[in-house]
Design a protein around this ligand. Structure first.
Ligand SMILES: *Cc1c(COP(=O)(O)O)cnc(C)c1O
Length: 381
C-alpha cells in the first residue's frame, strides 16, 4: 500500500479512532441504570485519554449538564466548550486558585476545613455566595473531610458562611468488587453524614457504584470509565456491558524475514524458534502501549490483529516500535504501509491488553500518547 499523502494521519505512525457516539450511548445507558439520579460525567485525565474538549462537546449535546475534572486547568478547558455546564473540581481548592476558579465559574469539591475557610473568605471578599461541593471521606483516606471534621462544620453555624453547598460527595474505594464489605460500610457512613446536611444533594457513585444498585445512586452519579467503555467492575474485564469507544492501529514500517535462532529487539529477549516473518509497527511505549505487554522467551505477550487474524507481539516493546509475528497470516500477507490493530474494534478488547500489561483499562486509556493521529467519529444528531 502506498501511503496517501493527503491522509492527515500519514505522518503519524499510529492512529486512534474515537467513537463519540458510543460515549454518548454509554452515558444514556448509565443514566437509565441510575434513573432518578442526575447522570454527570468524569472527564479528568483528558477525558480518560479520549480528548477532554471532544468528550464535553459530545456529552453536552447528549444532555449531560455536570462534569467532574481533577484540576483547575482541566476545568478551564471544559469551560471553553460549554459556557453553561456545572464543572466540579475534584482536587478541591488549591491554595490561591480561588479567583481563577471564580473567573471560569468552576466549583471546587472542598475537602478540608482549610479549603472551606479559604472559599468562604473569598465569598465574603467578592460579596456573593459561592457554590461548592463538600467532599467527605468515608474510608478511602485520599481526599475529603473526616467524619469528625464534617460534624464540626455541621455544628458551627458560621463555618459555611458565604458558601452555597450544592453537593455533598464521597468516593468508593472498592466499588469494582461488588461483594467487598467496604462498599456497605462507606454507604452507611455516607448516609449518616448526609443526615448532618439536610437538603443538600448527595453523590457517592462512580461507574462501579452505579452497578452496585439503587442504594448507591443518591441524587447524582459520576461515572468515568464506563462512559469510555472500560471495565467498571472487575467482572467487566471479561463481560463488559458498555460499548467500546476507542480503537488503536499502528502502521507497518517494515516486514522482515528472520531465520530461526535469531533474536528480536532490545535485550535479545526473544529468539525465534522457526523461520519467521515479522512486522515492525510504528507504536511503542511512548504511545502508551505498555512495555509489560511485550513478549520474551519466558513469557508470551499481548497480540494485535491483522485482517481478523491474531498476531503475537515478539520481543520487547520499544519506545516507538513493536514487533509482531505475522508468519502465519493468510494472503494477502501484511505489507509495509498496512495497519495492525493494537486494541478495540476489529482487535483485542482494551481489557485484554490491560491484563497483559498487568494494569487496568483506566491506565491504558489515560496513557494514550500525544503522537496518535486522532480520528473522531461524530455524534449523529
Ligand atoms: C475518577 C473519579 C470518578 C469516576 O470514577 P470511575 O471509576 O472512572 O467511574 C468519580 N468520582 C471521583 C471522586 C473520582 O476521582
Amino acid at each position: 500500500m502506498i501511503p496517501d499523502a493527503s491522509d492527515p494521519g500519514a505522518r503519524c505512525g499510529a492512529r486512534l479512532t474515537i467513537d463519540l457516539e458510543a460515549v454518548c450511548a454509554n452515558w444514556i445507558a448509565l443514566r437509565h441504570r441510575a434513573a432518578g439520579a442526575e447522570c454527570a460525567a468524569a472527564i479528568k485525565g483528558n477525558g480518560y485519554g479520549l480528548g477532554l474538549e471532544q468528550v464535553v462537546g459530545a456529552l453536552s449535546q447528549a444532555g449531560c449538564r455536570t462534569f467532574f475534572v481533577a484540576l483547575p486547568e482541566e476545568g478551564f478547558r471544559a469551560r471553553t466548550v460549554s459556557s453553561t455546564a456545572r464543572i466540579f473540581v475534584l482536587g478541591g481548592l488549591i491554595g490561591g486558585t480561588g479567583p481563577d476558579l471564580l473567573a471560569h465559574d468552576l466549583t471546587p469539591a472542598l475537602g478540608s476545613p482549610a479549603e472551606i475557610a479559604e472559599w468562604g473568605a473569598l465569598a465574603r471578599r467578592s460579596g456573593r455566595r459561592l457554590a461548592a461541593a463538600l467532599h467527605v471521606d468515608t474510608g478511602m483516606n485520599r481526599l475529603g473531610m473526616r467524619a469528625s471534621e464534617a460534624q464540626a462544620i455541621a455544628a458551627d453555624a458560621r463555618a459555611l458562611e458565604g458558601i452555597d453547598p450544592v453537593l455533598i460527595m464521597s468516593h468508593l474505594a472498592c466499588g469494582s468488587e461488588p461483594d467487598h464489605r467496604m462498599n456497605q460500610r462507606q454507604r452507611t457512613a455516607f448516609d449518616g453524614i448526609r443526615g448532618l446536611f439536610p437538603g443538600i444533594p448527595g453523590s457517592l457513585a462512580n461507574s462501579a457504584g452505579i452497578f452496585l444498585g439503587e442504594a448507591y445512586h443518591h441524587d447524582l452519579v459520576r461515572p468515568g470509565i464506563a462512559l469510555y467503555g472500560g471495565a467498571a467492575l472487575d467482572a467487566h474485564s471479561q463481560d463488559n456491558p458498555m460499548r467500546p469507544t476507542v480503537s488503536a492501529q499502528a502502521r507497518i514500517l517494515q516486514v522482515r524475514d528472520v531465520p530461526a535462532g535469531e533474536s528480536i529487539g532490545y535485550g535479545a529477549a526473544e529468539t525465534v524458534q522457526r523461520d519467521s516473518r515479522i512486522a515492525i509497527v510504528a507504536a511503542g511505549y511512548a504511545d502508551g502501549y505498555h512495555r509489560r505487554a511485550g513478549s520474551s522467551d519466558a513469557r508470551s505477550g499481548a497480540c494485535g490483529v491483522f485482517n481478523g487474524q491474531k498476531v503475537q507481539t515478539i520481543g520487547r516493546v520499544s519506545m516507538d516500535l513493536i514487533a509482531f509475528d505475522v508468519t502465519d497470516c493468510a494472503m494477502p500477507a501484511p505489507q509495509r504501509g498496512d495497519w495492525i490493530t493494537l486494541f478495540g474494534k476489529d482487535g483485542i478488547p482494551l481489557s485484554a491488553l490491560a491484563s497483559h500489561a498487568g494494569t487496568i483499562d483506566y491506565e491504558l486509556l489515560t496513557g494514550l500518547g500525544a503522537r496518535y493521529h486522532r480520528h473522531y467519529l461524530p455524534v449523529r444528531s
